[in-house]
Design a protein. Sequence first.
Length: 137
Amino acid sequence: MFAFATALLVISVFSVNAGEIQLHLQGKEAAEKCSKDIGITLETVDATVKNELKDADEKFKCFAACVFKEKEMLKDDGSINVAKVIEDLPDEIKGDVRDAMIKTIEKCSQKKEANECETVFQAVQCAMQDMSKLKLF
């Protein structure tokens, strides 16, 4: 989420950049704050994203949830604020790609898991898989 780490963890949520999906980090402040609060390095976050989340641990999941909270993409009840995620999609994403991303965000943000860390992680993982199938990155 730095270039899906910093650049799927501003976790605005999903932008395409140079053929890769990224958590669109619109401000380093959220990532840096959450990195310190959770106790995970941004390098570890980036490596986890590059490895398609295969080695995501609880710290990574809670880092993602923290960034979503900081960006107001997580509601007080622990569910994803779909409208805010869509609102924060970069303006550069347009047309059919934007429409496909919105459908994916809406689909992948429906389930509320046992805790907010797992809710955000499952949504991000679902979106990455969907966008990969759709060849959006």
